[in-house]
Design a binder for this molecule. Sequence first.
Ligand code: HEM
Length: 508
Amino acid sequence: MALTTLQIVGLALSLILVVFYFMRRAQEGGFPLPPGPPRHPLIGNFFNFPMSNQQETFTLWSQLFGDVVYSNVLGNHFVTINTAEAVEDILTKKAGNSSNRPNMVMAMELVGMGWATLFKQPGAEHREERKLLHTGLSPAGLKVWANMVDSQANKYVRSLIKGCDRDLATEEQVFPDCLDLRSAHVLIFIHSYGEGVFENHGPELLQMNKEGILIFSKTLANFWLVDLIPLLKYVPDWFPGAGFKRYAAKCNRLEQILQTRPFELTQKLHNEGKAGYSMTAQLLEQGADQKRIAIAVATAFQAGYEATYVSVTVFILAMLLYPDVQTKALEEIDNLTHGERIPTVGDRPNLPYIDAICKEIKRWHTIGPLGVPHVTAEEDSYKGMRIPKGSIIQVNVRLIHHDPRNYTDPYVFRPERFLPERPEDMPLDPSLVAFGFGRRMCPGRFLADMTTYSAIVNILTAYTIKPAPGKLVPSGLDYIDGTVSIPKQYDCLLEPRSDKRLQLFKED
Ligand code: HEM
């Protein structure tokens, strides 16, 4: 039977399409994409991709589609990772391919946060800034800071004692008011810029930094259309729907000040010999590039500021909700010190239960529910699934921290899980996902951990944490989610354990 011209053209076209399909599959390594929510042609998941509360939606998707989930919005690939195993394979073992950052037009260009080490693409500047941060934040670099961490935690409890004297005269000592802007915040400040700078410019720089963090959290917690359609950045500010541009313009000025002002103030006092010891002073003395110092330290100051404070608030809440844990922690400290001294950073190996509490704090309340997104530089594959080049990778850290496959009774605060009888029963170390991945892993993790430990042993030397009289104990861990997740306010009583113990702080 002879074919008509139309049939021949149709057959040829079909053949071309089949060849094209197989060529593309060959280019793509022949693997299918990971499963994910159904997509529309061209626009993909535009209508069902979460613009806010992303962690909740990603958790739902994990139940429907599995450990690695794919979605696509207007051609942008998104891969969500829900297991530690996939994290290890995609982000740790192949860190060279998966340590880029997305081009976040809103955060980096419009809001103006692009200067920060956190947002830089891997390359000479990022490498140099991380090297500088390593000087002041690695375990070796931190040795010189152990005494300072101890003495800041002592000062912190002393400030609580003063607060108690004042508040107890009238009402109970209520948390968290008494903690605000002390402890972790001051410690990060002094570590970054020095005690002299804190004395001269503390309130101004702390306030500025706090505003910067609010901007950071709000900007990263939301999903901005301009990140998907970069041309939208040219829309005039007055244009209907251009509210994002007006918001960005308001933030941009502060972001530029945050980049330079703390360094300039520190440099001036350093030249006058009045700044005190700090990471900035250390790097200036080593002759490092000043712009790189300013940026690296300003990033650390911002990145470390809120996260450490949150750890302390989570600890106090856990003690309130789990008094048995507190009893064991108090016993462990008392067995070591007999109430005669305050434990130091050096005592940590002899306080395994406190160490387990530090781990459990990170797991129970995930400070960064989705971490910070990474991007793949080249195409990759995982367990027979294709991860396209340029995929934005987000890790559902909170889900991994509460996955019953990793931790039994995941919503219970139970430090004992990190003290198993047999080493092989040790569950996943929450730090392996809490602090990020590969070449972007948080350089401040050792300082964060040291500060949290030190705050815990100092507080428990002086106080027992109890429910505030007449106030309801919170029913559980409740938080306000952003890039940094912050526990909601609650009340509690810090009851002095004895005069003798308070005296230890007064004598320091
Ligand atoms: C509990 C406390 C902390 C947590 C949970 C935390 C978590 C994180 C996470 C998830 C990232 C992103 C990692 C990635 O992209 O994979 C990060 C980055 C970073 N953190 Fe932390 N952090 C904490 C404390 C600190 C402290 C105390 C400092 C400094 C003093 C610090 C400095 C930084 C810096 C400079 C980066 C940017 C790294 C880069 O992009 O190369 N962090 N942190």
